[in-house]
Design a protein around this ligand. Sequence first.
Ligand code: PA5
Length: 468
Amino acid sequence: MSKVSLYYKNVSAEVVGQEHGISQSQFAELAERVKPAIAAVNKRREQGKTPYRDLPYNKDYPTSVKQVASDIEGEYENFVVLGIGGSALGNIAVQSALNPYMYNIDSAQREKRPRLFVFDNVDPAQLASFLDWVGDRLEETIFNVISKSGRTAETASQFMTIRQLLIDKLGEDACKEHIIATTDAKEGTMRKIADDAGYRTLVVPDGVGGRFSVLSPVGLLSAAVCGIDIDGLLEGAGLMDKRVCGDDMFSNPAAMNAAVNWHYYNRGKPISVMMPYAYALKDFADWYRQLWAESLGKTVDVDGNEVFVGPTPVKALGTTDQHSQVQLYREGPNDKLFTFLQVEDFGSEINIGPAPDCAPELGYLDGAKMSKLINSEKAATEYALLHDKRPCLTVMFDKLDAVSVGEFIYLYEVTTSIAGELFKINTYNQPAVELGKEATFALMEREGYEELAKKIVPITKIDTDFLV
Ligand code: PA5
């Protein structure tokens, strides 16, 4: 019995009506429409063009990750990831999903494992605060710099700052013991630096884009070091793989998910809200935002036509955002598809305390299970949205463990691949991100970018005539 499934009844016309729901005949049309997309995704895999698909079965990556994790076991109090985008979001999401909320704070909950910090920004106040704290703890801190290219300004600048700090405080020789580089096997700036300095290295697999890399050493090392069952993650992904290859949409959750999303995008609902009802899954909504946005937001289709396509992924959190977003979601424009993430067994339970005598109106909560409350709130929010004809999907987890998280990751990766075929775009590139990277080089006065700087400065320099 699989642990993760997709519930789609609440997008049907039967539930949300003909105008906003999917009728039987539209489901049948979608099932036909998605077949060639599934075939194309399967073919791409057979041709070796989507190597992320085979990560669940690769033995070398988990072996090398476990080797590094065991080499450093018990040696460090802090494990710090330096990376951004696909080199950070999966690490954060897996950690939040599978380790306790107080993991970093409570050594008992950590069970002798290091704290995990992930820096995916270049905010000087944020990093300075960390550097102040870590300055006297460098002996007990190890850094995992993750960058396929090594030329990403954010990761490079963090790395350069930390490297100098390590050299200054611990010396050149010790510095190299405190850095693990996860990067391209052969090429790139970080590979050159790592080989030159003699850092321990792990590989970012060839052809696996950052946003599809969480099940490679990119995401597996921090997970393994923090005690997460990486074999379970890969097992879950493998289990999901068996369910997302077949051409019958009604038994292929990735195909159903992609088809429903594509259908709504083309029918006035270009916004796709992911709303976990489990705090532990909140960072997976961030991971999903990148996967969906970078993969599906494209100017041109595969034939070179301008299409300016792409659903807008939005992150929300149940129950928190019931008190922030649901007013808009119910009464604002009906332009969204909602996907809830729901967990049956939270692994922990709280029986709510008794009501004070003066507040008998709170008696209904007295002794109730908190898991019942959160899942009732999910059902209640869904009911309210359906009442207003807002279509809803739910990804159901019977419990949160490494296997179900691996299933979820793979489900969404393949959903994205199939959706990319339906939208007829290149799912695996991100040309629009590159221009921003190059503009940063120009503004930071990197040699060779002078001409670009001349174009940027007149547009971005503050013109006080326009300041109110
Ligand atoms: O998904 C992607 O490809 C991007 O988000 C990259 O992961 C991100 O830009 C970081 O790139 P790099 O690993 O080269 O530093």
